[in-house]
Design a protein around this ligand. Structure first.
Ligand SMILES: [Zn+2]
Length: 442
């Protein structure tokens, strides 16, 4: 994120067309969306079996049944494609028809192991740009407005507290230079700049909020904040909303552009259904029911140089009741995105447990935590104390962790001065050294 401005400079007309389309399509009727989705899947499947050697081989045998599958919008008969298969068949997955001249190589962030290479084309770039633009619009941002970024992934090193990027009209705060003792200066600059939205990783924004509270700044109210790239955990959301008292928007997307989920003003996670076809499957590969956690499987609509059909993202979401959203958008929704399969703890009894952020909500004196699992019967918790820390905070944390993981899980803890960023600039809440497979239950 956010905008690669060169995309807009090269293809302004194409992007504007996509954006105009997205303005309308978010309010389509279910019937209209269904027909449109069918058309996109039809286009991707036929392109794949004709022009992509890998799919010619693997999906070709299913071709006579495509029509029936498309009529039901049900691709469950088709094989999944995994990250390992993409690495293994990289050449064979490239379309061999002309017209992908502006394709370029990209890769996953590698937050859960080896980065995966893939190709993106111009159609993918323009549609992605328009989709992210709309995510920002939902926060109140309009193209060209001022925005700020608490940035954990600055490309160039600087010792400055803030750096203005005039091309994007963005005030960047390199997170690495922020400290509790310079946070007042940071807020003074933010108040003066008055951005429409502050974008940040949830862990960075939560820490920023803690510092504001610790130094007694109670009068800073941004217009909105937008979190991305890490799972927004409940205790992070709580401190951000308590301190900043502003609307919190969150979005979820991957470098490989498998799918896009983002929250509206009502706080509901909408699946951007023009971006890709999303299947939410339980551990038996069936459509998941409300309350169940589901694996996110996607078929992209826009990247024709290397289409991903039934791509196993390894990310999980919790299904909601499916009630219409008050905002009036007609997309499917999920209750929450709970991150990657690797973001789970495995118990000695073989259960996969997610939402390990919940035990932290009983411990307001703990500023940050990180859970490391190296073996199946033991975890270590790194604890960063807040100024208000009391022994009761740790007792509560351990008690609620045992309730969630069972008494037979050994829990060690360490007090630390900071939780380090990973190599990709993201902070991992759970670091699992176990070799996890698909969960049986979350
Ligand atoms: Zn909504």
């Amino acid at each position: 994120m956010v905008f690669r401005l060169r995309d807009f400079i090269f293809y302004p007309a194409a992007i504007n067309r996509c954006r105009t389309f997205l303005d309308k399509s978010q309010y389509w009727s279910q019937e209209k969306r269904r027909d449109w989705t069918r058309e996109q899947l039809d286009r991707v499947l036929w392109h794949a079996v004709r022009n992509v050697p890998y799919y010619k081989r693997t999906l070709g045998p299913y071709e006579p049944r495509f029509k029936e599958m498309l009529d039901r919008l049900d691709l469950s008969e088709l094989p999944l494609i995994t990250k390992d298969l993409i690495r293994k068949h990289y050449q064979e997955l490239q379309a061999n028809n002309p017209g992908h001249s502006r394709s370029r190589e990209s890769h996953t962030s590698g937050s859960s192991g080896t980065p995966m290479q893939f190709l993106l084309d111009r159609s993918s770039d323009t549609n992605h740009f328009a989709a992210i633009w709309r995510v920002l619009n939902w926060t109140g941002y309009k193209f060209g407005n001022r925005f700020a970024c608490i940035n954990t992934t600055m490309e160039t090193e600087t010792e400055q507290l803030f750096v203005y990027d005039f091309k994007q009209n963005c005030l960047n705060f390199p997170f690495v230079n922020l400290k509790k003792d310079n946070i007042k200066k940071c807020v003074t600059r933010l108040k003066k700049f008055n951005p429409v939205v502050i974008k940040s990783y949830p862990s960075a924004l939560a820490l920023f909020s803690h510092w504001l509270r610790d130094v007694g700044i109670r009068d800073y109210r941004p217009k909105a904040v937008l979190t991305c790239a890490e799972t927004l955990l409940d205790h992070q959301k709580k401190i951000i909303s308590e301190v900043l008292e502003c609307p919190i928007f969150d979005f979820y997307n991957q470098n490989e552009r498998a799918c896009l989920f983002s929250t509206c003003g009502e706080g509901r996670y909408h699946i951007h259904e023009e971006y890709s076809f999303v299947e939410l499957l339980n551990s038996e590969s069936l459509p998941a029911a409300p309350g169940e956690s589901a694996e996110i499987i996607t078929t992209g609509f826009h990247n024709f140089v290397m289409p991903l059909i039934r791509y196993q993202t390894n990310d999980l979401a919790v299904i909601d009741e499916g009630n219409p959203c008050e905002c009036g958008r007609t997309y499917k929704t999920v209750e929450r995105v709970i991150g990657r399969i690797e973001d789970m703890i495995v118990t000695p009894r073989g259960r996969h447990v997610s939402r390990m952020d919940i035990p932290f909500k009983y411990s307001p004196g703990i500023q940050e935590g990180q859970i490391i699992q190296k073996q199946v019967d033991k975890i270590k918790v790194n604890v960063l104390k807040a100024d208000s820390y009391k022994q009761k905070d740790l007792d509560n944390l351990l008690h609620h962790m045992h309730l969630r993981l069972g008494e037979d899980m050994k829990i060690e803890y360490d007090f630390v001065d900071s939780i380090p960023l990973g190599e990709n600039g993201k902070k991992k809440f759970i670091v699992s050294k176990l070799n996890l497979e698909r969960p049986s239950n979350a």
